[in-house]
Design a protein around this ligand. Structure first.
Ligand code: A3D
Length: 320
């Protein structure tokens, strides 16, 4: 069987980390694409030289030519600009929308059968725009955010309770912004509802609220500390989990920015919802029962996403 081909559009901090992870896992041959000349080629060369030490077989190449992503099975998009301290994800809209147009056309012309995972911010709007520009079916274009946001929530809970991260199953819904909805009613410590576990451990409700708030602002906390750029290790790890679910037909239920039509009272929007990923791409959006408060929080979050889509339509008439 031929090796799978993984195209990484954007070879910056996340792109480089994605390439390293995909190579280590021998997920397939890797093409690092970027508009910056020399940089993806340099990273490809450097990463290839990890092969003999780490013992992986993967051909890693760098390119500035979309023709080199032809026939890719998976495309992971990080092209664009990241946040600087003080910036919101939404501040990136105008510049990254233009990037999505170029990337969408590159995908449409070279690998229209790929499974495409978008990471570029503001995520829920960019994945929607990328789908529009590429013309791929909705089930083959998805956004990565929920896996990362849930991992952040799980990390903070594991620290608070002093338990293994392996036993924390955290759940985050909604848009990837400060209005995201960490859902405590579906968050468990190995099956024990988090609020029950908090009582057992003597952790107050207000402390859980603080952890929810830290999760919402988790990306900004890292942007502030780094001083230049945003998180990249955990975002890359999250997208790799999604790519593996697709390539391995794993039928994993992962929180992803998926296209929702009908469920959750939504009408044609990309937003973070539990999604089954298998060989068919995003095979099913799972609609869960929510309390009135959770529904209201989700509405705030989806309204914010809708506002961004309107802004995109205002910036590019082909989207209207
Ligand atoms: P960075 O290291 O700057 O890499 C971005 C790369 O994109 C650079 O190498 C650019 O040269 C390249 N690029 C710019 N324009 C184009 C273009 N038209 N075609 C191809 N390549 C281009 O950023 P990063 O890797 O740290 O972050 C990438 C994106 O991911 C940013 O938009 C971040 O905001 C976003 N991000 C999202 C999450 C989510 O959870 C959704 C988390 C972290 C970062």
């Amino acid at each position: 069987m031929a090796r799978k081909k993984i195209a990484l559009i954007g070879s910056g901090m996340i792109g480089g980390t994605l390439a390293h992870l995909a190579a280590k896992k021998e997920m397939g041959d890797i093409v690092l694409f970027d508009i910056a000349e020399g940089m993806p080629q340099g990273k490809a060369l450097d990463l290839s030289q990890c092969g003999p030490i780490e013992g992986f077989d993967a051909k890693i190449t760098g390119s500035n030519d979309y023709a080199d992503i032809a026939g890719a099975d998976v495309v992971i998009v990080t092209a664009g600009v990241p946040r600087k301290p003080g910036m919101s994800r939404d501040d990136l809209l105008g510049i990254n929308l233009k990037v999505m147009k170029a990337v969408g056309e590159g995908i449409k012309n070279n690998c229209p059968d790929a499974f495409v995972i978008c990471i570029t911010n503001p995520l829920d709007a960019m994945v929607w725009a990328l789908r529009e520009f590429s013309g791929l079916p909705h089930n083959k274009v998805v956004g990565m955010a929920g896996v990362l946001d849930s991992a952040r929530f799980a990390t903070f809970l594991a620290w608070e309770f002093d338990v293994s991260v392996k036993d924390v199953n955290a759940f985050v819904l909604g848009g990837h912004g400060d209005t995201m909805v960490p859902v405590t009613s579906y968050t468990t410590i190995n099956g024990i509802p988090v609020n029950d576990f908090a009582k057992i451990k003597g952790v107050s409700e207000s402390r859980i609220d603080e952890i929810v708030d830290r999760t919402r602002k988790g990306g900004g906390e890292i942007v502030g500390l780094l001083g230049n750029g945003s998180a990249y290790y955990a975002p890359a790890t999250s997208a790799i989990a999604m790519a593996e679910a697709y390539l391995g037909d794993q039928k994993r239920i992962l929180p992803c920015a998926s296209y929702v039509e009908g469920k959750y009272g939504l009408d044609g929007l990309y937003v973070g919802v539990p999604t089954m990923i298998g060989a068919g791409g995003t095979e099913e959006v799972i609609e869960i029962e929510l309390s009135d408060e959770e529904k209201a929080n989700l509405k705030v979050s989806t309204d914010a996403v809708e506002e961004l889509l309107e802004a995109c339509k205002g910036l590019d008439s082909s989207l209207a």
